[in-house]
Design a protein around this ligand. Structure first.
Ligand SMILES: [Zn+2]
Length: 196
């Protein structure tokens, strides 16, 4: 895949990682190029991570944080469960919850048992009723699969450097093939300015 205009992440911080410089592209089995970045972790380790994983928040340390989380999970209960942040943001929004889900433990247990995977998000069936096991289901985000890789539009933007709105419009309204939508550079006057 011809890649261009991928955002320069040098100097940016993602969790415990600070990007030092661009590294050699990571090429998947299917032949998709992913920009990769040399990062320094707060623990002192150096590591190379893919840009889109940094930007979507799935990679936030060299790997040392996973171990810390594991410890915390047992030490402090559920505050480090991957579902904790979902519960917390719902509470922060002031979302109404059933009595059971007022307790984070019950919420995390239910979510963990029912979570269909990374491209799915939980939504209420009837938005006028509180969040509860009976009133929630999972909705899949729109994804595109190319050369055996499935990503959301936003992730493809981070991988290809093509704005996700452009990718979406090409696929949904202009009838482009996935390959063309992800590989053909848009002719955009502003881009010329940006590259100078
Ligand atoms: Zn580390």
């Amino acid at each position: 895949m011809k890649k261009y205009n991928v955002e320069d992440l040098t100097g940016q911080r993602f969790g415990k990682l600070v990007v030092i410089s661009q590294a050699q592209d990571y090429v998947t089995k299917g032949g998709v190029n992913h920009s990769a970045w040399l990062c320094k972790c707060d623990c002192g380790n150096l590591c190379v991570k893919q840009g889109y994983l940094l930007k979507c928040g799935r990679t936030r340390s060299c790997g040392c944080k996973v171990t810390e989380h594991g410890k915390d999970f047992y030490k402090h209960g559920r505050s480090q469960s991957p579902y904790y942040s979902s519960w917390y943001s719902l509470r922060k929004e002031g979302a109404e919850m059933c009595e059971d889900w007022g307790s984070i433990g019950a919420f995390c247990d239910w979510y963990e048992a029912n979570d269909p995977g990374k491209f799915w998000r939980m939504e209420r069936i009837d938005p006028s009723k509180p969040y509860s096991p009976d009133n929630c289901h999972f909705v899949k985000a729109h994804t595109l699969t190319y050369k055996g890789e499935e990503h959301t539009y936003k992730e493809w933007e981070d991988i290809t450097g093509i704005d996700f709105r452009t990718i979406k419009a090409r696929i949904l309204y202009q009838g482009w093939s996935v390959e063309n939508a992800l590989t053909i550079k848009p002719s955009h006057r502003n881009r010329v300015k940006n590259n100078e």
